[in-house]
Design a binder for this molecule. Structure first.
Ligand code: WTA
Length: 671
């Protein structure tokens, strides 16, 4: 094999400018780098990819033969383990902490890069020899925030298999959907975990999911169970295996050679919500994702050997995949990883951990900041946060007031805020400051400028370029290595969802459509303004309105439902359902609770409507389409706009009354 086993770049060195200069704002220095990146993107990415470990270099940087099915680094061969783990074996990084893990009850574990490497090898050995996982298989991972989660992901990718991580807050039914769609034969889960002082019994949900999947024709043959909470579990002999017993069977010095994978093989699937009821399995590629994440991590966080990085997301979402597992590990960075609720046992939990571990770089969602801000500064002032040198946000627009609080109170006006706009589909940040290259002047609430290699723009609904200051739709005009490869099992949906809106295939013009509103200001800065499709953003998590509607309508009392995102002071948005009942059912608090429980059971706690509004009629068009936008306008206190297509104006009054009721109730909503 040709190519270089060891990447040529020194991963712990920043680029171009000395540290101090990278952190004194200079638009010119950044633009200089950016412009070079887009002048000849293929050359740019070719150079960038060579900083990583490959078993064979590619024949083509970008294969554009079959757009929008772009393929990066075609002909290249690698395994992401080579860059995240094997690269550190025998170096000083092997002794560095990979994870300072803390359980919610306060128990701790410290895992070095060397230990992580050994555990991944042993689990990979067990998965191959005892469980029978083979290259190309899909393994569903349904684990809480415990070290076995990154270990499992790395072990799976080491074997050349594909992981599909399902957030541990999803219900059995939601897990079953994802097992069935991925056709997974192996499930890795845990007995339980801690959340707000209580044990969540995960194995119970996993068992039920396996049963539902079997009814739908997908037989999970092996279930690996991590013992975390020490709770009793139901056991199926022959199918279920304890993680610790599997590891005990592996030879102490087990070594599993990372399986060589093609750059355009699937690295993992991660399900996300879209505009239909069915979640889509976003596929990321081995070589493109690896390359993009490696560099974006460096641009965002300017990693240094003494850093302690903390991304306070859950690995069940893309943020955790990229910024808790692959990104930081490829840079040999020490991290904090936390199991539980951010305000348990008190609202100072996060800040006490920043102090305890000397966190230098902290990355979280505006939702968490809004929550902590509301508890007051007394919880912040108790702790020494002087170790922080960079702060980040992701997942939703950050309001300027929260930005300023974060900047002055948490960062003591010394830590730049890296507001990162991106999506599950984009692999890593796309629009954000890049202090690892050169810091641009910041503006509270703006994600600033596109990262190197990213060509972003704002267009009107008709596809014309929006004027400065004119609200429009964000588009990405060139492929980038971190882009999704497609949707698992549904190539047409991939084309339809992301490319049909603004592309012109006849002219060979392909434009990626993220479905976000945006505006560009005079300096070319991007301001992201929320989703432009029927997707809500609940506490920084994507949730399809139709998905929640389907769950609400599954309740036997419900005849019709409209679900929309209502503004919420902490969570950004919360689902609110307007519901028409079937004959014979009476509205009331009990029925409301029962409907909410149905959603909890079918999707999970995050999707539970904050409020169920009982109405006799929903606003509909004459052709029978529910007019959700009327509900949204009423909830936001905005004009309801054009109602000429409305079938029955009385329906608006119905909803208006219910909304008034909701607004009175929202004061007392549980945060
Ligand atoms: C929103 C999360 C404003 C946006 C990484 C996007 C943001 C969706 C930001 C993707 C930000 C993410 N400012 N909005 N910095 N970051 N979003 O797939 O609407 O869970 O389309 O990925 O979150 O959510 P997802």
């Amino acid at each position: 094999m040709s190519g270089n086993m060891v990447g040529e770049g020194n991963p712990l060195m920043g680029e171009h400018l000395p540290f101090e200069e990278r952190h004194s704002p200079s638009l010119e220095a950044y633009l200089d780098y950016y412009l070079r990146s887009v002048e000849d993107p293929e050359r740019f990415w070719d150079e960038k990819a060579r900083e990583l470990v490959w078993l064979r270099y590619w024949d083509r940087v970008l294969d554009e033969d079959n757009p929008p099915f772009y393929r990066w680094f075609r002909g290249g061969v690698t395994n992401i383990n080579l860059n995240a783990l094997d690269r550190w074996a025998g170096t000083s990084v092997a002794n560095r902490v990979a994870y300072y893990w803390e359980g919610e009850p306060g128990d701790t574990r410290t895992i070095s890069y060397g230990e992580l490497y050994r555990e991944v090898n042993r689990f990979a050995w067990a998965l191959r020899e005892l469980v029978g996982v083979r290259e190309g298989d899909t393994v569903t991972i349904y684990l809480p925030m415990i070290p076995e989660l990154p270990v499992s992901m790395l072990a799976v990718t080491r074997l050349g298999a594909i992981h599909s991580v399902v957030f541990s807050g999803f219900s059995a039914a939601a897990l079953a959907d994802r097992i069935v769609d991925a056709g997974a034969k192996v499930l890795v889960t845990a007995d339980g975990f801690y959340r707000r002082g209580r044990v969540v019994e995960l194995k119970k949900a996993a068992d039920e999911a396996v049963r539902i999947a079997a009814d739908r024709g997908v037989e999970v043959e092996k279930v690996v169970v991590v013992r975390r909470a020490g709770v009793e579990v139901n056991w199926v002999e022959g199918r279920d295996h304890w993680y610790h017993e599997l590891l005990a069977e592996a030879p102490g010095k087990a070594y599993v050679k990372p399986v060589p994978r093609k750059a355009d093989d699937v690295l993992f699937i991660l399900y996300t919500s879209g505009t239909t009821g069915r979640p889509k399995g976003i596929m990321h590629s081995v070589g493109g994702y690896m390359t993009y994440v490696y560099h974006v991590f460096r641009w965002n966080w300017d990693p240094r050997p003494e850093d302690v990085f903390w991304c306070a997301a859950d690995i069940g979402w893309i943020t955790g995949h990229t910024y808790i597992v692959y990104g930081p590990l490829m840079h040999g960075v020490a991290q904090v990883m936390y199991e539980g609720a951010p305000d348990h046992p008190d609202p100072g939990r996060i800040w006490s951990m920043v102090e305890k571990y000397g966190v230098t770089t902290f990355y979280t969602s505006p939702t968490l900041l809004r929550l902590l801000l509301r508890y007051g500064d007394r919880w912040v002032e108790k702790h020494d946060l002087s170790s922080l040198r960079l702060l980040g946000t992701v997942g939703e627009p950050i309001n300027p007031e929260v930005w300023k609080w974060y900047y002055t109170r948490i960062g003591r006006s010394r830590a730049p805020i890296v507001d990162t706009w991106w999506q599950t589909e984009t692999g890593a940040a796309m629009i954000s400051p890049a202090p690892g290259i050169a810091l641009v002047p910041l503006k509270p609430g703006s994600a600033t400028l596109p990262l190197p290699g990213i060509v972003a723009d704002v267009v009107t609904h008709e596809g014309r370029q929006a004027e400065t200051g004119e609200k429009g739709l964000l588009v990405i005009k060139r492929p980038w290595p971190g882009m999704l490869m497609g949707i698992w099992g549904d190539p047409q949906r991939y084309v339809r969802t992301y490319w049909e809106r603004f592309s012109d295939p006849e002219k060979g013009v392909w434009i990626y459509y993220p479905a976000d509103y945006a505006v560009r200001d005079r300096d070319g800065y991007f301001w992201l303004l929320g989703r432009a499709d029927e997707v809500m953003n609940v506490a920084g998590h994507r949730l399809g309105t139709i998905e929640v509607e389907d769950a609400v309508v599954a309740h036997p009392a419900v005849s019709e439902a409209a679900v929309v995102g209502a503004p919420h002071p902490v969570k950004g948005e919360v689902p609110v359902a307007a519901v028409v009942l079937r004959e014979g059912y009476k509205p009331g608090p009990e029925l409301e609770e029962d409907i909410r429980n149905t959603v909890r059971r079918l999707i999970g706690p995050i999707a539970v409507p904050a409020k169920v509004l009982f109405v006799r009629k929903l606003p509909k068009t004459r052709s029978g389409k529910i007019m959700r936008r009327i509900l949204i306008a009423l909830l936001r206190g905005q004009p309801i706009g054009d109602t000429s297509t409305l079938e029955d104006p009385a329906a608006v009054e119905e909803v208006r009354k219910a909304v008034e009721e909701y607004k009175r109730a929202v004061e007392g909503l549980e945060l």
